[in-house]
Write a protein that binds this ligand. Structure first.
Ligand SMILES: [Zn+2]
Length: 589
């Protein structure tokens, strides 16, 4: 039996798929709602007997390997590795997964994690620190917390003795080369392995032990981005939180890794961290497999709040339901703890209470902003309304939007009809997020800089000759903003008819057809802001993610429209129309 067969014989496909989605018995087989396309009645079937899956909605299918590849968004090599580990099968030398560079690096990182945790046991001061932070030994074990000894080559020597090449240690982000010599990147630090969402250590975040802190080095340092560590894809703790997120059907997103560890220790196991950055498309894509409900928790003095709010916009646009948990305050209005770590250690009950009454993100925006406006003044009241309406506009669901407009009316005394009218009007100023800088009036802006549409367009401008391939995947009608859809249509037309393509040529042509908007200028700015520093494969990854999002959003919307038309046709008893609609439906998938 070769490795593939051996793995297949040890992992039952129903059990495997059940880890990701809910499955129900259907005769001799199992059925489920397809995780790869959106549907209301199950067309995703699993055969226990044949150990295969197939979706009759989107026509995807295969075995355990193809399922893991598709749902995790990984290649065969990685799927093989994950499933081999799960099955307890040791891969042979000739297996691709045993040979890939990625595997080499994750093996090194894994060995490093083991080395660091052994070192922790040898260092009384590191153990003392762990104890001071109120981390139990079993927590330290679960999160593989360790210690990197002082000295310059403790880890390097250990890894070299196992036959690991110096350059690979450096590629894994664990060693630094200087003047031809290699030395350990991490020294005298408490080590926290960073796991990807299926539990492989891909990097480290390291906190200096107080006694070694000379104030000159960073309190925390991280592994740099490597072939296996992509910060934008990591949600710290997700490997431990997956099951509970699914069970509770929501995820609690906190800022710091220490918060996650403390929360898990206290039994709040659906907590994950963005590690201080705004949520990215990649992270949202991963999260969406587990839940669409997020509770965001910010530190009381959050420097990262503005950034976090950008991530929330992205989450809203991707259809997530977002609520905000605020640190409880004492009688004099001071927060009782600075972050979840401190709060849950003070009292798990307090955290539980805060968790039970999160604020919807719009509610949060309203409260954070209303104090900044003199609501008795009609002009200021209107500005407040505009600001909140721009947030409401980011919510995907139209019914939900309508309900929030109603609430805004109640809050401000402005008639609902007027608010709806106002929501339709193009904004005179960019009413952005609730942070200070963005509430100031700005020059006219025609695009929302962080919408999926504008991000997509600005990304393809990084290298249009290369990314024009996405013209065939993303059609103009898939963009939500009418001005951008129009712009995109023009871009495709011009690109296909005027070679070689140059930005100035395109700009001149736009001008000549009477299009004098600032869109091109803004997209180029947005491109430089977001994408200039990315490597080619990162851009490719980002693009792929966006194309998926845009396509799925579009398909969802089209389905909804067809469903409504179908209802109407059924009411009218119009058989031809029904037939036509069924046909259209089939073509959508
Ligand atoms: Zn499907």
């Amino acid at each position: 039996m070769d490795n593939l067969e051996q793995i297949k014989s040890r992992i039952n496909i129903v059990d495997l798929i059940r880890e990701y989605i809910e499955v129900k018995k259907a005769g001799a087989n199992w059925k489920a709602l397809c995780p790869f396309h959106s549907e209301k009645s199950p067309s995703f079937m699993i055969s226990d007997e044949k150990q295969i899956w197939h979706c009759f909605g989107c026509n995807e299918g295969g075995d355990i390997f193809s399922f893991v590849m598709k749902i995790e968004g990984i290649d065969f090599t990685e799927a093989l590795r994950i499933l081999a580990k799960k099955a307890g099968v040791v891969l042979k030398k000739q297996d691709p997964a045993a040979n890939s560079q990625k595997t080499k690096l994750t093996d090194i990182l894994d060995a490093a994690a083991s080395f660091y945790s052994a070192e922790l046991q040898k260092s009384p001061s590191a153990l003392e620190y762990i104890k001071k932070r109120q981390l139990l030994p079993e927590t330290a074990k679960q999160f593989r917390i360790g210690f990197s000894p002082q000295g310059w080559d403790g880890l390097i020597k250990k890894l070299q003795s196992g036959g690991v090449a110096l350059k690979d240690i450096a590629y894994a982000g664990l060693a630094i080369e200087k003047d031809g010599r290699f030395y350990d990147r991490f020294r005298g630090r408490i080590m926290f392995p960073i796991f990807n969402h299926y539990g492989t250590a891909v990097g480290f975040t390291a906190r200096v032990l107080p006694e070694f802190d000379d104030g000159k080095m960073g309190k925390y340092i991280n592994t740099p981005e490597t072939m296996v560590y992509k910060k934008s894809e990591i949600l710290y703790g997700l490997n431990f939180a997956k099951q509970d997120i699914k069970k509770e059907n929501f995820a609690v997103v906190v800022e710091g890794n220490m918060d996650v560890i403390a929360l898990h220790q206290a039994g709040f196991k659906n907590s994950i961290a963005t590690s201080g950055t705004a949520l990215t498309l990649e992270q949202l894509n991963i999260l969406k497999r587990h839940t669409e409900n997020l509770i965001m928790s910010f530190d009381s003095d959050s420097a990262g709040l503005a950034a976090a709010l950008r991530g929330i916009d992205l989450a809203l646009a991707a259809g997530f339901n977002v609520k905000v948990l605020e640190m409880p305050k004492n009688e004099s209005g001071e927060p009782v703890a600075k972050d979840p770590d401190e709060l849950v250690k003070k009292s798990p009950e307090l955290w539980k209470k805060a968790l039970s009454s999160p604020k919807h993100i719009i509610e949060f925006y309203m409260e954070a902003n209303i104090v900044k406006f003199n609501m008795g003044d009609p002009h200021e009241n209107a500005r407040f309304c505009q600001l909140i309406l721009s947030e409401i506009g980011k919510i995907k669901n139209s019914v939900e939007r309508a309900l929030w407009i109603k609430k805004l009316g109640e809050r401000t005394g402005v008639a609902e009809g007027d608010l709806r009218e106002m929501a339709k009007q193009p904004k005179k100023e960019n009413a952005g997020y609730s942070n200070e800088a963005n509430t100031l009036p700005r020059k006219q802006n025609n695009i929302k800089s962080e919408s999926l549409d504008s991000k997509y367009l600005s990304l393809i401008f990084t290298d249009l000759n290369k990314f024009s391939k996405s013209f065939k995947w993303v059609l103009p009608e898939m963009l939500e903003t009418p001005e951008l859809a129009e712009f995109y249509k023009n871009l495709i037309f011009y690109y296909n008819n005027a070679r070689p393509f140059t930005l100035t040529g395109f700009e001149g042509w736009l001008y000549s057809i009477g299009n004098k908007s600032l869109i091109l200028e803004q997209l180029v700015l947005l491109r430089d802001k977001n994408y200039v520093n990315l490597e080619e494969d990162e851009l490719e990854g980002e693009l792929k993610m966006m194309v998926d999002f845009l396509k799925n959003n579009f398909l969802k919307k089209q389905r909804k429209i067809l469903e409504q038309e179908m209802l109407l046709a059924e009411k009218e008893g119009n058989k031809d129309k029904i037939e036509e609609l069924i046909n259209k439906f089939k073509h959508l998938n």
